[in-house]
Design a protein around this ligand. Structure first.
Ligand SMILES: [Zn+2]
Length: 184
């Protein structure tokens, strides 16, 4: 029997902890991955390094399809594209990212876009010049190709926060930072 004379529970505390739990409860862990429903709001901790974050959320929209679809590339890129567009699943998560990882992401996006564009200009300029000055033009084309690959790889690695590994029936399996994943 509950004691009718017991002092009232501290309702404010209950509300606060419930709010925290709803945020936490939508996330679970499966191996190295975070599992959450589509459109989930992740806790106020950096999804990369797990540092506390008070700023606004970062919305990440994903497309995912089973990896066997890539095999269609061997048949035809057009068939791959059509099938991938039909079977792909969409998902959205609202994550927190600390100041440091937000800056790293912005720098990565800049390198991947601006760096790649500049390398492409170098490559095209080299190709145009190839009749008048072969050696310099060859070096420019080579630098352009290396630049495109380096900027794309470096930029995408730096810009990465979380990545979808699987999306099925509105449930997302997402790879996040190890420190964050270990906290779930
Ligand atoms: Zn961080």
């Amino acid at each position: 029997m509950e004691n009718p004379y017991a002092p009232p529970k501290e309702i404010d505390d209950v509300v606060v902890s419930n709010k925290d739990e709803t945020q936490q409860n939508v996330l679970s862990r499966e191996g190295n991955l975070i599992v959450c429903p589509d459109n989930a709001t992740w806790p106020d901790r950096c999804a990369v390094c797990n540092a506390p974050v008070s700023g606004p959320k970062l919305t990440r929209r994903f497309f995912w399809h089973p990896s066997w679809i890539y095999l269609l590339f061997l048949v035809s890129w057009l068939i791959y594209l059509i099938v991938a567009l039909i079977v792909r699943k969409k998902g959205t998560v609202h994550i927190s990212v600390c100041e440091e990882h937000r800056k790293r992401r912005t720098a990565g996006i800049l390198i991947a876009s601006l760096g790649t564009a500049l390398s492409l200009i170098l490559l095209i300029a080299g190709a145009v010049m190839s009749d008048s000055n072969g050696a310099v033009a060859g070096a420019m084309v080579l630098l352009g190709i290396v630049g495109i690959i380096l900027c794309l790889v470096l930029g995408l690695v730096m810009a990465k926060t979380v990545a979808p590994m699987k999306i099925v029936d509105g449930i997302l399996w997402v790879r996040a930072g190890k420190a964050f994943t270990d906290s779930i």
